[in-house]
Design a protein around this ligand. Sequence first.
Ligand code: CAA
Ligand code: NAP
Length: 255
Amino acid sequence: MADNKSRVALVTGGTGGLGTAMCERLYKDGYKVVANYKDFTKALQWREEAKKWRENELRMGIDIHIVEGDVADFKSANAMMKEIEEEVGPVDILVNNAGITRDAPLHKMTPEQWHEVMDTNLNSVFNCSRAVIEGMIARGWGRIINISSVNGSKGAYGQTNYSAAKSAMYGFAKSLALETAKKGITVNCISPGYIGTAMVMAIKEEIRDKIVAQVPNPRFGKPEEIAKMVSYLASDDAAYITGANMAVNGGLHMY
Ligand code: CAA
Ligand code: NAP
C-alpha cells in the first residue's frame, strides 16, 4: 500500500475558507498538497493574494503548492492538471471544493446568476474529474470528494441555482462510483451545513440569525470539522465508502 507521502491531493478553490482548512489537514496527513485558485489572467490580484496565502502557510510550517486555473472552464482545468502532473505528480485525491453563490429568488434571478453557479459548482466537477479519472484508473487508486451542501438536499430560499448544482453532485458521485468501484477509486460527497466562512458571513445578519436558530446544535460549523471528513474519505481506511453523501450539519437536515 502506498504511503501518503507519495500521493498528491488537489483542493480546488483551496485558498478559500473551507479549502484552507482542507489543505492544512491533508498536509498534516502527509500528502503533497496543491491548492488551486482562480485564473490570474482575469485579475492580477488573485495571483498576488494566492502567493501571500502560500507565504502565510509557510510561516506556519505548511508547504502547499499553489496553481491557478479556472475550474469552470474545461480547457483551463485540463491545463492546470497537466501543470500539476509535471510539477508535483498526477492527482490521486481530488477535492472538488471551488464554489460560489449568486443568491436571488427565481423571479429575480438572471441567466448570468444561473450559469455562473452551474459552471463553477457543477461543470467544474465534470471538468476536473474528467481530467484525472483516466490516470486514477490506470494507477488503480483514487479519491474524488465533492463538496456539496446541506442546501443540495434541503433546498434554500434564494438558491434554486445553487441547490440544483449541489444536488446534481450527488448523482454524479453515485454514477462515477459505480463506474470505478472495481478500480480502487472512491467517489463521495460531503454536504456541509452552514460553516462560518466568508460565504456565510456575506448573508445579511438578520437572516444569518434566523439560520442559526434553525440548527439543532445552534452554531455555525468550523472549517476544520469539514476538513476532518475530507481527511477520512481520502484515507485508505475509507476504501469501502463510495457513492455516499456525508452530512456534517449540526442536525439541520437528517436523511
Ligand atoms: N432562512 C430563513 N428566512 C430567509 C432566508 C433563509 N435562508 N433567506 C431569506 N429569508 C427570508 C427573509 O428573512 C425575508 O423574510 P421577511 O419577508 O419575513 O422579512 C424573506 O425571506 C425575503 O428575503 P429578502 O427580503 O432578503 O429578499 P430579497 O429578494 O431582498 O433577497 C436573497 C433575497 C438575496 C435570497 C436574500 O434573502 C438572502 O441573501 N437570503 C439568504 C440566502 C441564503 O441563505 N444563502 C445561503 C448562502 S451560504 C451557502 O450557500 C453555504 C451553504 O451551502 C450552506
Ligand atoms: P469561499 O471561502 O468563497 O471559497 C470558495 C473558493 O472557490 C474561493 O477561494 C474562490 O475564489 C474559489 N473559486 C471560485 N470560483 C472559482 C473558479 N472558477 N476556479 C477556481 N476557484 C474558484 O467559500 P467556502 O465557504 O470555503 O466554500 C467552499 C465550498 O464549500 C463551496 O463549494 C461551497 O459551496 C461549499 N459549502 C460551503 C458552506 C459554508 O457554509 N461555507 C456550506 C456548504 C457547502 P475567490 O475567493 O477568489 O472567489
